[in-house]
Design a protein around this ligand. Structure first.
Ligand SMILES: [Zn+2]
Length: 246
């Protein structure tokens, strides 16, 4: 993470971030005059509405596949790692995440910057700093607006809703239904599962990351699960036994 160490960001509440995304979408919809809201067209918002250039690159720091994206405020440029270009869900989420930095952090960052340092580079690995968590939350709210997700969720056949402690498989199946019903064709299944958790539409579930076995979002207490093959196997066995004898 190469955000300037001098960049101090307020601890924005989830409600604040949701409102910021909703406000941007409202302004965008008024500007585009008649487009469907969903799937949310992140490229159009970034390039045409906010007037950023999107640059797909694998050069320099982006030769590291863990550097998913970056935003250069002065040059109005969003850089996206070429490795995510062909993954529609990740590509759109990354653009939405960078838009989040524009909306939430641009003014604060430019006020606090030192010298010529005027960009934020986003990395995937490790514990995410607060500004990255905020941009993720914004991206989810932008791509999967609360009202639209709730409306799609309400149309899911009641008999197919998961129990109060859903399995990963049940969560993924539910997310897939919400994606199809709501027309969220540019988001990943993982992103929708996490959004359902964020919006408390499912209970007893934890955040997912991209791989099935580490479905608990990385936290200090659970990082051991994702860091070694042995612990992953032990954890899967634990999950199987829990499921079997619950
Ligand atoms: Zn970021």
């Amino acid at each position: 993470m190469s955000v300037s160490p001098y960049f101090n960001c307020p601890d924005f509440s989830d409600d604040y971030i949701e409102l910021a995304a909703k406000t941007l979408l409202r302004d965008y919809m008024a500007w585009c005059d008649g487009d469907d809201l969903v799937p949310v067209r992140t490229e159009v918002i970034a390039e045409q509405f906010l007037e950023y250039t999107i640059e797909i690159t694998n050069e320099g720091i982006f030769s590291d596949p863990e550097c998913l994206g970056g935003i250069v405020f002065d040059g109005n440029c969003i850089k996206i790692n070429a490795t995510v270009e062909n993954h529609e869900g990740r590509y759109n989420f990354t653009i939405a995440h960078e838009i989040g930095h524009h909306v939430l952090h641009r003014d604060i960052y430019l006020e606090q910057r030192v010298g010529e340092n005027n960009r934020i580079i986003c990395r995937e690995a490790g514990d995410k700093p607060l500004v990255e968590q905020q941009a993720d939350r914004f991206a989810a709210a932008l791509l999967m607006p609360k009202e639209e997700v709730s409306a799609a969720f309400a149309l899911v056949d009641e008999g197919s809703l998961p129990t109060s402690t859903p399995t990963t498989k049940a969560l993924r199946a539910l997310a897939n239904k919400v994606v199809v019903i709501g027309g969220f064709s540019n988001v990943s299944n993982t992103a929708m599962v996490n959004r359902l958790v964020d919006l408390r539409l499912v209970s007893g579930a934890k955040y997912q990351t991209g791989t099935p076995q580490d479905f608990l979002r990385k936290s200090p207490s659970f990082r051991w699960v994702t860091n070694s093959q042995l612990s992953r196997t032990a954890y899967k066995l634990f999950c199987w036994v829990s499921e079997k004898f619950k």
